[in-house]
Write a protein that binds this ligand. Structure first.
Ligand SMILES: Nc1ncnc2c1ncn2[C@@H]1O[C@H](COP(=O)(O)OP(=O)(O)OP(=O)(O)O)[C@@H](O)[C@H]1O
Length: 787
């Protein structure tokens, strides 16, 4: 510092020579340029009249007695000779103009950004005019100047007269297009408006003439209906219509067709932040969350087994015919005539769509479900009467030989590959053999239930596999809860790629129930944190947030980071509810209600679809439901609010609903060895140093009743107390954010605040109550403590 100060004199001297002019200097320089430009202008003007007289005295410049006729005497004669004669001729007049503009800019202290452009275009124009005049007025050396003449000469030696002419035209076009935004449409609309003016002027002077043509109505101006033409708008004042009741109706007058609408381009005012972000994007490109694992390779398709279904569905004509006959004859027995019957063959069931004869009651057919099942000697017959939106009645009959829908076939399908969804899931195939792809982000949570052994675990694997095939490890993280301890263990291998866990836990896959509670509460904290981030970023959902973050509009120093989707998969939900009850239900309900916008999605599966497991709260918050085969109609109702799941045939046959419609699907089959291969493939690639860490959850029991010694308090205790009291919100995450602390430390401080009586006790996922109303009260409290 001292050194700098001693050197301060020479630096200030240097500064005065730098290009950055002080305001005074700018005014002086600006006025100098303006004066100079006026002098040049008058010199040039007068040069045209006096150049011949002054020619001889150019050599006697130093002679004080010699006088020139130019308005600015010898200076004028000399400068003009240099610019006009030896330079650019008539085009030299642009120099005083450019100088004057520059002078004005400096004088008024305007932003100099546009000035360089003006000089470039000015010089281009000078050269062009000089060459053009040299070309067209060879005889008049003063018009084009020596440079114009010489350049012409030079160019003509190489390209000939025509070449120079074409070159001049081309440069002119460039200038017009670049400088004046000339476009063919612009010229056309100019001529159109001219034509219109002439037309209306003409009409004005000859009111009886009718102009017939497109969009025009012939008008005869009868004497009794006066038609007045407005001299300004050229519109006719039509007298108001008279209705029968004598009511005046004013018709809105038609606007003239050919009025050119000039749209002024509004240059958006950009915030400084945006400009900064644009610059960052220009310099470093968009933020790429995948960069850290830039070489990550998505699992290839051949890790999946085709399950012998490469030939697609085989149609057994005999079976079709037989079933059709049985349906027709059974219905006939009950005096139900059929007008038409059509079959759609799916992988596991065939849908027979019938159009009954007129006058048949639908409920009559619906009641025959069991009779039809009996006559077809088949399980899993479902009657859909009527098929929504079709006006037919559907009878689903299981195929004798069901085709396995391989995961490979659905992943390879065009529909899945081209799916522009946030979290695409290829569930399987519909009854008409179409691949069924849905977006988990839109669901936004899913409940999956079905009796044991009907395909639930396969279904969960299909969901996870779909996402593994489509998403980069940076974009999605799973939290896997597996009380059965065997179903999801395979995913251990991708822990450092795709899994998220609590900071202190060893295994990412959660198998014990207390940990589930901690994880759920931690997810609630993550949710609150994410909402806070979204609020700060002024966006409504995770998608917009990430777009903004990628465009570098959010500063990581303010706590912003790229947010991956978090998917919580619970394999056996019944077990959890039985052991932990409300402790699990409350955070799950809270997450389900609020988490959709911030990219946390829940998938819960259970094999016990009873009302004490799938409670009203859970059901209300899980609009997307999947039912595999269940044993009773009641179970089906519990899951879907409709029956039908009891009539499924098992082995991945399922019903999907996301609101009203229920769709029957054959779940894609992915076997354990296939999952093992995929996880092996992903697991063998370079990974993140650790699994994605969730915020630490400080359990309910910790902190309460602990008497902290005042001397042991955290150094940030007072700051934290002020933050909490000012915000009147007792949350550790607030302290964490405002004071930039780790969650552990913030949690400890909260405990100390509780011990000091500043915040209330822990209240689950809600923020603690703040017991001190304002800063004054806080001050008093802390002072009393030290006494
Ligand atoms: N989509 C499917 N396509 C063909 N077969 C299937 C399908 N899904 C399941 N299966 C068959 O059903 C068997 C049981 O499936 P899965 O293990 O998924 O049942 P689960 O409902 O998870 O049973 P649990 O609740 O006892 O774990 C599988 O081993 C497989 O043979």
């Amino acid at each position: 510092m001292a050194k700098k100060r001693t050197k301060s004199k020479p630096t200030s001297a240097k500064k005065s020579f730098s290009l950055r002019l002080s305001k005074q200097n700018k005014i002086i320089l600006g006025s100098l340029l303006i004066v100079l430009s006026i002098a040049l202008f008058f010199s040039f003007m007068s040069y045209y009249f006096t150049w011949q007289e002054d020619q001889s005295m150019l050599s006697q410049f130093k002679d004080r007695n010699a006088q020139a006729s130019n308005l600015l005497n010898k200076f004028g004669a000399g400068v003009s000779h240099f610019f006009m004669y030896k330079g650019f001729g008539l085009a030299s007049f642009a120099f005083p103009l450019l100088l004057a503009v520059t002078g004005l800019y400096l004088f008024l202290g305007l932003d100099k950004k546009g000035l360089i452009g003006k000089w470039i275009w000015g010089l281009t124009g000078i050269i062009w005019v000089s060459v053009a005049l040299g070309f067209f007025a060879v005889e008049q050396p003063l018009l084009g100047g020596l440079i114009g003449y010489e350049m012409n000469d030079f160019l003509q030696d190489y390209t000939g007269k025509i070449g120079v002419f074409l070159l001049l035209i081309f440069v002119l076009i460039v200038i017009l297009v670049q400088l004046f935004n000339f476009t063919p449409e612009g010229i056309a609309s100019f001529f159109r408006s001219q034509k219109q003016n002439i037309k209306s002027d003409f009409k004005k002077t000859n009111p009886k003439v009718s102009v017939a043509g497109e969009n025009s109505i012939e008008l005869s101006t009868d004497a009794d209906v006066p038609v007045v033409v407005d001299t300004y708008t050229h519109k006719k004042d039509i007298p108001p219509l008279q209705t029968e009741a004598g009511l005046d109706v004013n018709l809105p007058q038609e606007e003239e067709m050919d009025i050119d609408l000039k749209v002024e381009k509004v240059t958006e005012e950009k915030e400084e932040k945006d400009i900064k972000a644009e610059k960052l994007v220009q310099d470093f490109g968009e933020f790429d969350p995948k960069l850290e694992l830039g070489n990550y390779k998505f699992p290839p398709l051949d890790l999946l087994d085709p399950h012998g279904a490469s030939g697609g569905i085989t149609i057994n004509q005999e079976e079709l015919e037989e079933n059709k006959n049985k349906i027709v004859s059974t219905l006939k027995n009950y005096k139900i005539g059929i007008a038409q019957i059509k079959a759609t063959i799916g992988p596991t069931v065939t849908l027979y769509e019938i159009v009954p004869e007129a006058g048949i009651r639908i409920s009559k057919i619906k009641n025959l479900e069991d009779d039809i099942a009996l006559s077809l000697a088949a399980l899993g017959i479902r009657i859909i009467a009527p098929i929504p939106g079709k006006g037919t009645i559907g009878i689903e009959v299981p195929n004798k030989n069901a085709t396995i829908v391989s995961m490979r076939s659905v992943i390879a399908s065009n529909k899945f590959q081209k799916a522009e969804m946030e979290l695409p899931i290829a569930f399987g195939k519909t009854i008409s053999n179409e691949t069924f792809v849905v977006d988990l982000a839109k669901m936004p949570h899913m409940l999956m239930a079905g009796a044991t052994g009907q395909g639930k675990s396969v279904g969960l694997n299909a969901v996870i596999t779909s996402l593994l095939y489509k998403k980069h490890p940076a974009e999605v993280k799973f939290i896997l809860v597996d009380p059965k301890k065997v179903e999801l263990t395979l995913y251990n291998k991708i822990e450092r790629h795709f899994l998220a866990k609590l900071p202190d836990s060893e295994d990412a896959i959660i198998t014990d129930n207390t940990k589930v509670i901690h994880t759920l509460n931690s997810l609630c904290i993550e949710m609150d944190n994410r909402y806070e981030l979204l609020k700060l970023a002024m966006v409504r959902n995770i998608k917009e947030y990430n777009v903004k973050f990628k465009a570098r509009k959010l500063n990581p120093n303010d706590g912003h980071k790229f947010l991956p989707y978090i998917i919580l998969v619970i394999d056996e939900f019944a077990d959890l509810i039985m052991t932990a009850g409300k402790e699990v239900e409350t955070p799950i309900a809270r997450l389900a209600q609020l988490a959709r916008a911030i990219g946390i999605h829940l998938i819960i599966a259970t094999q016990r679809p009873s009302v004490n497991v799938i409670t009203g709260i859970i059901k209300a918050n899980f609009p997307a439901r999947i039912a595999f085969r269940v044993t009773s109609k009641i179970d089906s109702r519990t899951i879907l609010d409709a029956q039908g799941a009891d009539q499924l045939i098992g082995r991945g046959d399922m019903l999907y609903t996301q609101g009203n419609d229920v769709t029957r699907l054959q779940c894609a089959f992915v076997d354990t060895p296939e999952v093992a291969k995929i996880t092996e493939y992903i697991g063998s690639q370079r990974a993140y140093p650790d699994a994605h860490l969730l915020p630490e959850y400080v359990g309910e029991d910790s902190g309460t009743g602990i008497d902290y010694d005042i001397a042991d308090r955290d150094a940030m205790f007072r700051d934290a107390a002020e933050v909490i009291v000012t915000a009147q919100q007792g949350s550790a995450s607030l302290i964490q954010r405002k004071l930039k602390l780790g969650y552990n430390r913030a949690g400890r401080i909260i405990d100390q605040l509780e011990a000091a009586g500043i915040v209330g006790p822990f209240e689950g996922s809600k923020a603690r109550q703040v017991l001190v109303p304002d800063m004054y009260a806080l001050e008093q409290l802390l002072q009393n403590e030290t006494k």
